[in-house]
Write a protein that binds this ligand. Structure first.
Ligand code: PLP
Length: 418
């Protein structure tokens, strides 16, 4: 089944869902005797064969430590690893390679900023702004910083639909605000936040903004220059790449003004007991041997996405999301959690009288993998007075047929429990 993307500039491209599904070997297996329907993409995405093969070929052909070796293998590994930096730079339209820092993932990227930016710029009485819909990884590092510095964490509230209350945000910014750190797309509500507007408001008061793009980068085009964000982070494993690799984008001048995060090999130019000189960007923030194979294979993941086109992925997923949203919300006694006007990737819900874990277990009998729990967003659960939700989250290989299978399975839950 090939869906034509009928828009002038893209008219010759197709989104060949059968071919795409064929690229992901894991999708061919049966779970509990049923074809796997993988709807836990917000937790992690599956990997195309090209990414899996890249990791294997790295170990079979070029395994070697990078940056330091003069021998051929080390140089090959370095070239491939650094090629990913360039692919990321192009993908998000960063200005130069110095602005792309490799980390372990979104959590690590945020901790880097909290630690380094926090050390340099946050003092007693200062304020950091986050929102009520942040993942724990965009709350706890700031709480730790505030505790250490005697600073204050301020929180933008959300309304009943799961949208940020922008008027409240404007009131929270003061001359003491040092940073605004906001999620682009909520992993538990699916809300797409108006980050461009949020950044504009912060910049009008000279406050930099970090964007957590962990649930955005895989779904639509991100242009850091157009957004004008000061930092942006994401995880490789949520964008069809390996675990253990992620990215921190930062504007060069800002990154240059910040002290190193960790000390060790690679982040230095010279070391002596009288004086150590730090390396320039991006090495300054990349101490120690990195996750080389994951870094290289992340580049393959971006090649894969580029071969389809992020705009085509967006168009396909938007159609799929709208189909799923309409059908899932029509299920009797299903209560959606997060009904924002702008949503992407994720549908959260509860069924009256059933614990979400029971929904997850019954769907698993039918081979349908969804996530249940607080999704590392306990403040969101508190806001909606819930212990947990059931969450369906989409990837580029999901189909309407799979949505129908999940819906049939959700309806079965009522037969068992109600
Ligand atoms: N931010 C958001 C919005 C997320 O969804 C996640 C993971 O689910 C994270 C941050 C943390 O990502 P990681 O665990 O890959 O560091």
């Amino acid at each position: 089944m090939a869906i034509e993307i009928d828009n002038n500039e893209k008219k010759n491209r197709t989104f060949d869902i059968d071919k795409i599904r064929n690229d992901f070997p894991i999708l061919k297996q049966l779970i509990n005797g049923k074809p796997l329907v993988y709807f836990d993409n917000a937790a992690t995405t599956q990997k195309p064969l090209s990414v899996i093969n890249k990791i294997e070929s790295y170990y079979k052909e070029i395994n070697s430590n990078i940056h330091r070796g003069v021998h051929t293998l080390s140089q090959r590994a370095t070239v491939e690893y650094e090629a990913t930096r360039e692919k990321v730079m192009r993908f998000i339209n960063a200005e130069n390679l110095s602005e792309i820092i490799f980390t372990k993932g979104t959590t690590d990227s945020i901790n880097l900023v909290a630690s380094s930016f926090g050390k340099k710029f946050v003092k007693e009485g200062d304020e950091i702004i986050v929102s009520q819909m942040e993942h724990h990884s965009n709350i706890v590092p700031w709480q730790m910083l505030c505790e250490e510095k005697n600073a204050h964490l301020k929180v933008i509230p959300i309304n009943d639909s799961g949208e940020l209350i922008i008027e409240e945000y404007e009131k929270l910014i003061t001359e003491k605000t040092k940073l605004v750190s906001i999620v682009y797309v909520s992993n538990s509500l699916g809300t797409i936040n108006p980050v461009k507007e949020i950044i504009k408001i912060a910049h009008s008061k000279n406050v930099p903004v970090l964007i957590d793009a962990a649930q955005a980068i895989q779904h639509f085009k991100i242009d850091v220059k157009e957004l004008d964000c000061d930092f942006l982070c994401f995880s490789g494993h949520k964008v069809y790449g390996p675990t253990g690799i992620g990215v921190l984008y930062g504007k060069q001048a800002l990154l240059e003004s910040m002290p190193p995060y960790q000390g060790g090999g690679d982040m230095i130019r010279s070391v002596s007991f009288s004086k150590t000189v730090y390396n320039s960007l991006p090495a300054k923030f990349e101490a120690g041997t990195p996750n080389i194979e994951a870094g290289i294979a992340l580049g393959t993941a971006f090649d894969y996405i580029n071969s389809i086109g992020i705009e085509n992925i967006f168009d396909y997923e938007t159609d799929l999301f709208n189909y799923a949203n309409e059908k899932i919300l029509a299920i009797d006694k299903l209560i959606p959690i997060g009904t924002a006007k702008n949503k992407s990737g994720t549908i959260s819900f509860i069924l009256d009288g059933v614990h979400p874990h029971d929904i997850g277990t019954i769907l698993d009998f039918d081979g349908v993998a969804i996530r249940t729990g607080h999704h590392c967003t306990q403040p969101v659960m508190e806001r909606f007075n819930l212990p947990a939700t059931a969450r369906i989250s989409f990837g580029l290989y999901n189909t309407k047929e799979e949505v129908d299978i999940a819906i049939k399975s959700i309806k079965k839950v009522f037969e068992v429990f109600i």
